[in-house]
Design a protein around this ligand. Structure first.
Ligand code: 5GP
Ligand code: ZN
Length: 116
């Protein structure tokens, strides 16, 4: 989709080091990490948010989790654990309207999901 930063990353228009790539998904480091490990996993195809996931996207969505566990293993946080986060819409705090799963770890994390 035009003007979508993550589509541009997926299409190679913005040079990016990928930590993982499969048929349908890509993983790369967050530009503003909030923890020692902070990786984003995106589908190559533009899906704006969880609200836009359709029948037929099951494989793509499943690959996000396979990517997450593969990245976790590669970055050696499997044993200590990590957090997976998918923000959705305004209340969820989603800033980039191309669905993405955060993999956050490398340190003990706070809960920090309370309403304002
Ligand atoms: P959201 O708030 O939508 O869940 O998360 C968006 C995330 O994307 C933020 O953590 C932000 O730092 C990250 N981000 C925004 N633009 C870019 C970019 O151009 N490259 C990378 N690697 N991360 C980005
Ligand atoms: Zn997109």
């Amino acid at each position: 989709m035009e003007n979508c930063i993550f589509c541009k990353i997926a299409e190679g228009d913005i040079p990016t080091d990928f930590l993982y790539e499969s048929e349908h998904v890509l993983a790369f480091r967050d530009i503003q990490p909030i923890a020692p490990v902070h990786v984003l996993i995106i589908p190559k195809k533009h899906i704006a948010s969880v609200n836009d996931v359709e029948q037929g996207d099951q494989n793509v969505m499943g690959e996000l989790f396979v990517a997450a566990r593969t990245v976790a293993k590669k970055l050696q946080i499997t044993e200590d654990g990590y957090k997976l986060l998918i923000r959705t819409g305004v209340h969820g705090g989603q800033e980039v309207p191309h669905i993405h799963m955060h993999v956050i770890g490398g340190a003990q994390l706070t809960e920090n999901i309370h309403p304002i």
